[in-house]
Write a protein that binds this ligand. Structure first.
Ligand SMILES: CC(=O)SCCNC(=O)CCNC(=O)[C@H](O)C(C)(C)COP(=O)(O)OP(=O)(O)OC[C@H]1O[C@@H](n2cnc3c(N)ncnc32)[C@H](O)[C@@H]1OP(=O)(O)O
Ligand SMILES: CC(C)C(=O)C(=O)O
Ligand SMILES: [Mg+2]
Length: 562
């Protein structure tokens, strides 16, 4: 980077504070949430929402459980104004919801703002002016006293119009660009506004400290908030609010540390829509709390439904990696993660577990309306036996022996690697069926009979290369007898025959499923699976499948040694 000397730190570290927030471990109580989707979110859209879209979004915010909603900047446009009038005149604001509107500190704008609020049951009028060094110098070209005066005169105008207009109004002040403001000056401006408003226990006011542009690491913002909280006049009658933006990618951290540092309230948006890199994402903040076992007091049970409305009316898209909401955030493609998730899920199934601790899944996807199937474990060339086996078991009821899972795992990965694509569960099932189940080439079983009880003897009819043969064998058990017949007649040898079976619980009819492995004399293990309503048939089919898999690879070698 060739221009590093062009930049410096434009924020102001406060004088020493108590740093009590550094001793706090986590957020123990939900702050008051205020959605600014319809204002800060809306002002950042390429095409701001129209009336119908704003009405639909407002309804979503109410359903999510916001009790404070900044509905717009009524003086900005006809749509903003009409939207507010529609909410009021059509009685669309629930009694327990307070709407909020934003205004500059300019009389005609304040006047228009109050005009738009006529008849509102409860409303917060939010006044802002920029206080930062950069804006004082470059934009307003005014002294500190003159800037403070904009705030104080605006505060007085709010009082004047509130007294003239019918409605129940509460006041909020934001020293906009707070993070670029000398902290003592920001405090002075806020205290001067508070001196005008004289908040009381029955008439609290909101002081909102925005990271209009985030400029520092989160601990600096937290120290700024703590400084303001510890030094602000009328503190017990002030609701201290945060309004982080995400320029440095730390909006959530700013909000979390700011709450630890003494804030009571957070302004933000769903999924972090908002100016530039966005406002702080309230979904992430709330679910971060939820995963610590603290009720965020918002209803995010059906996040996909909220996302659908959000994406449609804002015309924004939620990135695949967006915390909690992104399409891929619950998905593990990689083998070791899948293995751990599969084992973790099984561990939960074994008995009731009080707390959610499944590795790699910070939240149970089902708690926010997501699904396990097709979401959590997805298969590509990075995947492993654990995940592949888990999917086959969940979707089709196959409980493969661990070593067979491994063999199948490599075959599946290989297909994905060569085709350079993700494989769906049905495709994995197809590979399993084709490679391992009831394999009948080159040797197809036509019939078998047994004689003897303890020591079995058998006669089997087998078709090989179009020719039907009748072969005899004897062994310690029935499967052993057939196995011996096959080795003798096909001119092959193997050892360590293993066998496992279970009933297949998923599917239209209950089948017996058998798995057989045999180890060739060069140490290679071959697997086969048999599926049949009859358990003996399934085990013989499994043996034939394993033997056929051996023959496919090693027939020529055995023929040469004959
Ligand atoms: C950080 C934030 O998100 S702040 C919110 C920003 N949102 C918006 O601005 C969206 C809605 N805004 C609008 O539609 C328009 O800006 C309006 C209708 C409010 C005002 O429009 P206009 O008067 O045409 O222009 P504009 O906003 O550019 O005004 C700039 C003037 O207001 C002054 N000004 C800007 N903000 C403020 C403020 N908070 N208080 C007092 N004066 C202000 C500027 O210094 C400038 O003054 P100048 O005319 O002496 O140069
Ligand atoms: C109006 C203010 C609070 C704002 O949106 C900001 O500073 O980011
Ligand atoms: Mg903002």
């Amino acid at each position: 980077m060739k221009n590093v000397t062009k930049y410096t730190r434009n924020y102001f570290m406060p004088p020493a504070t108590s740093l009590k927030w550094t001793q706090k471990e986590y957020i123990t109580e939900a702050p008051t949430w205020c959605s600014v989707d319809l204002r800060d979110g809306n002002q950042a859209l390429i095409i701001p929402m129209n009336l119908q879209e704003k009405l639909e979004y407002f309804q979503v915010l109410v359903e999510v459980g916001f009790k404070e909603i900044e509905v717009g900047f009524p003086a900005a446009s006809d749509t903003e104004y009409t939207f507010l009038r529609t909410l009021i005149e059509q009685d669309l604001i629930p009694d327990d919801v307070t709407i909020q509107v934003l205004t500059q500190s300019r009389e005609h704008i304040i006047e228009k703002t109050f005009e738009s609020l006529r008849g509102a049951k409860n409303a917060v009028v939010h006044l802002y002016n920029s206080t930062s060094l950069a804006q004082r110098e470059q934009v307003f070209r005014r002294s500190k006293e003159e800037i403070k005066d904009i705030a104080v005169s605006g505060a007085k105008m709010l009082q004047k119009y509130a007294a003239e207009v019918e409605g129940n109004f509460k006041f909020q002040y934001s020293p906009e660009s707070f993070t670029g403001t000398e902290i003592e000056f920001a405090l002075d401006v806020c205290n001067s506004v508070l001196d005008v408003w004289q908040p009381t226990a029955d008439n609290k006011v909101i002081i909102n400290l925005p990271a209009t542009v985030s400029m520092s690491m989160p601990h600096v913002y937290a120290s700024q908030i703590e400084f303001m909280s510890e030094n602000m006049k009328y503190r017990e009658n002030v609701i201290l609010s945060l309004h982080p933006h995400n320029d440095r990618g730390t909006g959530v951290a700013d909000a979390e540390l700011g709450i630890l540092a003494g804030a009571d309230r957070v302004e933000g948006t769903l999924f972090g829509n908002g100016e530039r890199t966005g406002n702080v994402d309230i979904v992430t903040l709330a679910l971060n709390m939820y995963t610590h076992g603290v009720d965020p007091k918002l209803n995010l049970d059906n996040l996909p439904a909220i996302q659908e409305v959000y994406e449609r009316v804002t015309r924004m898209t939620i990135p695949d990696r967006q915390p909690y909401a992104g399409k891929l955030v619950f998905t593990a493609f990689s083998g070791s993660h899948q293995d751990a998730i599969a084992k973790g899920m099984k561990w939960r199934e074994q008995e009731e577990r009080k707390h959610w601790t499944v590795p790699y899944l910070p939240v149970d996807p089902e708690d926010i309306g997501r699904e396990y199937e097709g979401e959590v474990i997805r298969i590509n060339s990075q995947s492993g036996k654990g995940g592949i086996g888990y999917l086959l078991e969940q979707a089709y009821g196959f409980e493969l022996p661990p070593k067979m899972r491994e063999t199948l795992g490599y075959k599946v990965k290989d297909v994905s690697d060569r085709s350079q694509k993700e494989l769906m569960t049905n495709e994995i099932h197809d590979i399993f069926m084709k490679e391992f189940v009831n394999v009948d080439t080159p040797a197809a079983l036509l019939d078998y009979t047994f004689e003897g009880k303890d020591t079995a003897t058998t006669t089997i009819q087998v078709k090989v290369n179009g020719e039907t043969n009748k072969w005899h064998g004897a062994g310690n058990g029935r499967l052993d007898a057939i196995s011996n017949a096959l080795q003798t007649e096909l001119g092959i040898s193997y050892k360590d025959l293993t066998y496992k079976e279970h009933a297949q619980s998923i599917g239209s009819q209950a089948n017996a499923v058998s798995y057989v492995s045999i180890t060739s004399d060069n140490g290679t293990v071959y697997w086969g699976c048999g599926i049949d309503p009859d358990i003996m048939n399934s085990s013989v089919k499994a043996l034939f499948s394993a033997v056929n898999n051996l023959l496919k690879v090693e027939q020529e070698r055995f023929a040469a040694t004959k």
